[in-house]
Ligand binder design. Structure first.
Ligand code: PGA
Length: 256
């Protein structure tokens, strides 16, 4: 993972409603993704489509990821999908701690258990953090620090190469913001802060995880966020279901 310069993750959320449509979007994304030498594309469809797409991701330029995984690999847990099931079926990435799952009641402790089990199983973990709102006293900084440190509790330095941090301010996610993203200056400030928290925890000379931004990314703002936000990748929701828009985002990332 570390050799790839940029990483762009498509978070399809609970879309599309049928396999035919999902295949159409996936094929459209793949067509662009395999041509790009500077970008790794990770498509995270609903669980039900993973099995269809994993075998189509033999090349290093495209992979599939899950939008969640459970904290245990064995046991009677109705409705859950284990990291081991994902791994054994060709899935290599998993998004954990997304704000939409936190809103359903997932605690930092539960997310940390999922992070550790997924890493132990050999998946690459995309750990999402993000404040719900911004206050003028800057309390969102300690809030993000807490989410990071709780999510990474008991996660050793040797696992960092398999972790990506996705900073997604909840208020800038398209469903909440009406499409307004964060400014690239604010993204940059937060990437510096996240790096500081991580290097305080893991030591100044540690190779830190890649930092991604997510929240209303589209072809118009992607370049500014990338260049001036100084991030290593993007987590894209709404625009990742539009093959044209997502293809443009991939090409922008590739040329930077
Ligand atoms: P958005 O979603 O790009 O639609 O804002 C991002 C996310 O929730 O991961």
């Amino acid at each position: 993972m570390s050799k790839i310069k940029k990483i762009i993750i498509a978070n399809w959320k609970m879309n599309p409603t049928n396999l035919k449509e999902a295949k159409k979007v996936f094929t459209g994304i793949k067509r662009t993704a395999v041509k790009l030498s500077n970008v790794k594309t990770v498509v995270c469809p609903p669980f039900i489509y993973l099995d269809d797409f994993a075998p189509l991701c033999k090349e290093n330029k495209i992979a599939v990821g899950a939008q969640d995984a459970f904290s245990k690999n064995k046991g009677s847990f109705t409705g859950m999908i284990s990291p081991e099931m994902l791994k054994k079926n060709g899935v290599t990435f998993v998004i954990l701690g997304h704000s939409e799952r936190r809103a359903l009641g997932e605690t930092d402790e539960f997310i940390n258990n999922k992070v550790r089990m997924s890493l132990k199983t050999g998946l690459n973990v995309v750990l999402c953090v993000g404040e719900k709102e911004r206050d003028e006293h800057g309390w969102y900084f300690p809030f993000i620090k807490d989410q990071l440190l709780s999510g990474l509790e008991k996660v050793g330095k040797s696992d960092l190469k398999n972790i990506l941090i996705a900073y997604e301010p909840v208020w800038a996610i398209s469903g909440n913001s009406g499409g307004k993203s964060m400014s690239s200056a604010e993204v940059h400030e937060m990437t510096i802060f996240i790096k500081k928290v991580l290097s305080d925890k893991y030591g100044i000379n540690t190779i830190l995880p890649k930092i991604l931004y997510g929240g209303s990314v589209n072809p118009k703002n992607a370049e500014d966020i990338f260049v001036n936000g100084k991030i290593d990748g993007l987590l894209v929701g709404k625009a990742s279901l539009d093959t044209e828009d997502f293809g443009l985002i991939l090409k922008i990332a590739n040329k930077i």
